[in-house]
Write a new protein. Structure first.
Length: 191
């Protein structure tokens, strides 16, 4: 890079490294379907409805959140009250290029769910862009990178002040074949 743009070298290198890593993972799955690999499906705009949820807060990068995910979901699911939906993670004040995140691991609950030791919170709903990841949860950082790149490429304006969501169609550890894991990602966008 020219000297004038040398301050951007680390950021560009980081972005290219993620693209390279994603490309290798996709190529590995193409060559050997039994090998753990991601499959990404960009679906489009969707309006999400408001809901209430119980939450366990957690902070860190995407890899650290991965370690906290399973135990927190098991803890929330073991509560005696009924749940109304799939387990999820909400990233507060979403920044797809960020390194550190404030997040909440959550399970949706009904309006009349009894009190518990967990924080009862509300999700306001809104306009989101939807993508699915078929594959191991370790590919989530690459999936978020691909979703952010897709939004930039198609000039879709994200709304960083609202939470982004990961919804797990199977709780982590529930399936023997990691390629059968399905996760839906929602990034907040402007109308």
């Amino acid at each position: 890079m020219p000297l004038l743009f040398s301050f951007m070298a680390k950021r560009v290198e980081s972005m290219l490294a993620r693209d390279y890593e994603l490309g290798l993972a996709l190529l590995g799955g193409y060559l050997n379907e039994a090998m753990p690999h991601p499959q990404l499906n960009f679906i489009g705009d969707e309006e999400l409805e408001p809901f209430h949820y119980w939450a366990i807060p957690c902070n860190g990068n995407l890899r650290q959140l991965e370690a906290a995910r399973r135990s927190s979901i098991e803890t929330l699911r073991s509560s005696p009250a009924s749940h109304t939906g799939l387990s999820l993670m909400l990233y507060q004040q979403f920044d797809p290029l960020g390194v550190q995140f404030q997040a909440e691991i959550a399970v949706p609950i009904g309006d009349k769910t009894p009190l518990s030791n967990y924080r009862k919170r509300s999700f306001d709903g809104g306009h989101y862009f939807k993508m699915t990841l078929h594959g191991d949860l370790r590919f989530l950082p690459l999936a978020w990178h691909a979703l952010a790149s897709h939004c930039r490429l198609h000039k879709i304006k994200t709304e960083p002040t609202r939470p982004a969501l990961e919804i797990y169609h199977r709780d982590p550890g529930e399936t023997d074949n990691s390629n059968q894991q399905v996760t839906t990602l929602f990034v907040p966008i402007r109308k």
